[in-house]
Design a binder for this molecule. Structure first.
Ligand code: NAD
Length: 239
C-alpha cells in the first residue's frame, strides 16, 4: 500500500484530502504546525514546514507528498507569506529529495493569473498576473515557479501544481462563514456590476479528487509533470 504525506493536513482542504486518501487505501502521514483532530488510522507529525528537520520524519518512506499548507489568504503579513510560501517551498523540495520522495503535488491557486480583469474560460497557457492582487497571490506565483522548476525526470522527481479558485464544503472556516457574517452584519446589500458576475467555486471533494488524479499522473514519461492545472466544477457560480 502506498504511503502519502499531507503537509497542512489539519486544514480545510488537507484534512479532507487525508480522509479521502485513507478511504482509497493509502497510508497517510499528516504534517501540520497545529493538530486539530485525531484519527486512529493516520500518523500525525507536528512542526513548521520551514524547518527541514521537522518535516523529514513525516516524509521518510512516503511515495507522494501533497503540500496544501499556506498562511491564510486573508493575512496581510508579507514576511510570513514569503517565509512559508516561497522559502518554505524550497525547504519542502529539499526535504522530499533527502527523504527520497518521487512525487510532489502542491496546492496553488487560480488567482495566479488574475490581475483584476475579467477572465472567462481561462486555460493554463494564460500568463501569470503581472500585478498580483495581494502578497498571498504574489508568493503563490513564486511558489509555483519554484516547485515546477524543481521537476526533473533525470532525478526521478516529479512535481505538479493544482490551481483551485474558491473552495467550499464542510469545515470551510473562511469563504462561506465570512459571507454569512457579512450578510448578518448588513454588509451585503449591494450589487457589484449588473449582478451577473461569475466567481469560480469548487466543492472540496472535487479539489481533492484533482490532487489525487494529479499524483497518479506523475512518474516516468508523465505528460503532466512540471505543469500547473486549473481545477473547477462543471460550471462557475453566480456570486
Ligand atoms: P487552511 O488554512 O484551512 O489550512 C492550511 C493548513 O496549513 C493549516 O492547518 C495550517 O495550520 C497549516 N500551516 C500553515 N502554515 C504552516 C507551516 N508553516 N507549517 C506547517 N503547517 C502550516 O487552508 P485551506 O483553505 O485548506 O487551503 C489549503 C491550500 O489551498 C492553500 O495552499 C491555499 O492557498 C489553497 N487554496 C485555498 C482556497 C480556499 O478557498 N480555501 C482557494 C484556492 C487555493
Amino acid at each position: 500500500m502506498a504511503t502519502c504525506a499531507v503537509i497542512g493536513g489539519c486544514g480545510f482542504l488537507g484534512r479532507r484530502l487525508a480522509e479521502m486518501l485513507l478511504e482509497q487505501g493509502y497510508s497517510v502521514n499528516v504534517f501540520d504546525i497545529q493538530q486539530t483532530f485525531e484519527h486512529e488510522k493516520m500518523r500525525f507529525f507536528n512542526g513548521n514546514l520551514c524547518n527541514k528537520q521537522d518535516l523529514l520524519p513525516a516524509l521518510r518512506n512516503t511515495d507522494v507528498v501533497f503540500h496544501t499548507a499556506s498562511p491564510s489568504a486573508a493575512s496581510d503579513n508579507r514576511e510570513l507569506f514569503e517565509r512559508v510560501n516561497v522559502d518554505g517551498m524550497r525547504v519542502v523540495i529539499d526535504a522530499c529529495r533527502e527523504a527520497g520522495v518521487e512525487k510532489l503535488v502542491v496546492t496553488s491557486t487560480a488567482s495566479v493569473i488574475y490581475d483584476g480583469s475579467d477572465i472567462m474560460n481561462a486555460t493554463e497557457d494564460s500568463p501569470y498576473a503581472k500585478r498580483p492582487m495581494d502578497y498571498y497571490t504574489e508568493t503563490k506565483i513564486k511558489q509555483e515557479k519554484v516547485v515546477l522548476g524543481a521537476n526533473s525526470s533525470e532525478d526521478n522527481f516529479f512535481t505538479i501544481a493544482i490551481r483551485p479558485h474558491g473552495i467550499f464544503g464542510p469545515r470551510d472556516q473562511q469563504m462561506l462563514p465570512n459571507v454569512v457574517k457579512a450578510a448578518r452584519a448588513g454588509k451585503m446589500k449591494f450589487i457589484v456590476g449588473n449582478g451577473m458576475n461569475l466567481v469560480d467555486q469548487t466543492y472540496v471533494d472535487n479539489v481533492v479528487h484533482g490532487h489525487i488524479v494529479a499524483a497518479k499522473s506523475l512518474g516516468e514519461g508523465s505528460h503532466t509533470a512540471g505543469k500547473a492545472y486549473h481545477i473547477t466544477n462543471d460550471s462557475p457560480v453566480f456570486f
